[in-house]
Design a protein around this ligand. Structure first.
Ligand code: SF4
Ligand code: SF4
Length: 288
């Protein structure tokens, strides 16, 4: 089963939920945690994994053979990202604009374009106290996290439980991370900002047809509008974590909730059991 942990807004406690869920399940299941928040991965700070493998993530960018090129301009025409400029007697490629789609090399009438890899990030794999772990890191200054996310997801081992920590927001890397999940846990806080971004996140998961449920973190701040929204939209609230200075203190020291307060472990196991029920109910209703 693949469970993605997402949030519209940053700083709602997604990492807290993803790491504690993984650690709570490790004694009962084979568990893998994939940190797909490749622009700012931080699950490793809490899990302190031992890394055993590191691999560069590259995208293919065009290399022009000017001896074959007739400067016809077809490649620049088809490039949706303006990564190629063709002049009467020369041609320029802008590697940082190239998305590696391959359209230019495919459509060049003279077969003058070959491809070479350009490194945009890295995927590291390891383990931490019974949890398989992988994360991606986008190189500083790079603008394309999605290929790194895709590469991290290739590490998923569907024999067990895969938990994906998704970056905040609702942009392309978020969609790429959640796509293919059996369930999406949305972590939110009960504030007007939290609700605003939560609505966008719910619309996104609905669009990609992944069922979702809610974790309300820092319950006690803000108002009751998030609960009202969940009721109206028929989204189950699966776990509520109160606003608690001790939880914040543990987090600031890089200690997971279930390690610092082991009494929470049963709540996370209950959360997983409820997700499994919801996934089973959905798959039965789809079969009918
Ligand atoms: S499409 Fe091929 S031949 Fe035409 S300008 Fe581009 S590289 Fe040159
Ligand atoms: S590979 Fe795609 S994005 Fe890159 S230059 Fe060619 S057409 Fe443009």
């Amino acid at each position: 089963m693949i469970i993605s942990v997402a949030s519209g807004k940053g700083g709602t406690g997604k990492t807290l939920v993803a790491t504690s869920l993984a650690l709570s399940l490790k004694d009962r299941h084979r568990v893998q945690l994939l940190d797909c928040d490749v622009e700012e991965p931080n699950d490793h700070i809490f899990l302190k994994p031992v890394f055993t493998r590191s691999e560069a993530v590259c995208i293919p960018i065009p290399e022009i053979d000017e001896k074959k090129c007739t400067f016809c301009g077809r490649c620049a025409e088809v490039c949706a990202y303006h990564a190629i400029a063709v002049f009467p007697k020369s041609i320029l490629v802008f590697p940082h604009l190239c998305h590696g789609c391959g359209a230019c090399s495919y459509l060049c009438p003279e077969k003058a374009i070959s491809e070479k890899g350009r490194e945009i990030g890295v995927v590291e794999r390891g383990h931490s106290d019974g949890v398989d772990f992988a994360h991606g890191k986008l190189n500083v200054g790079e603008a394309m996290p999605t290929p790194v996310v895709r590469r991290v997801k290739e590490e998923a081992n569907r024999d067990g439980i895969v938990i994906i920590d998704v970056s905040p927001g609702t942009s392309c890397p978020v969609v790429e991370s959640i796509k293919g999940s059996d369930f999406c846990l949305l972590v939110t806080e009960p504030t007007p900002f939290g609700l605003n971004d939560l609505i966008l996140a719910v619309e996104t998961v609905k669009e990609i047809k992944v069922p979702c449920g809610m974790v309300i973190n820092r319950a006690g701040v803000g108002n009751g509008k998030v609960e009202e929204y969940c009721l109206e939209e028929n989204i189950p609230v699966l776990l509520t974590i109160p606003l608690d200075i001790e939880i914040a203190r543990l987090y600031s020291k890089g200690i997971t909730l279930v390690e610092g307060m082991p009494q929470w472990k049963e709540s996370f196991i209950g959360l997983f059991d409820r997700i499994r029920e919801l996934v089973d109910e959905r798959s039965h209703s789809l079969k009918r």
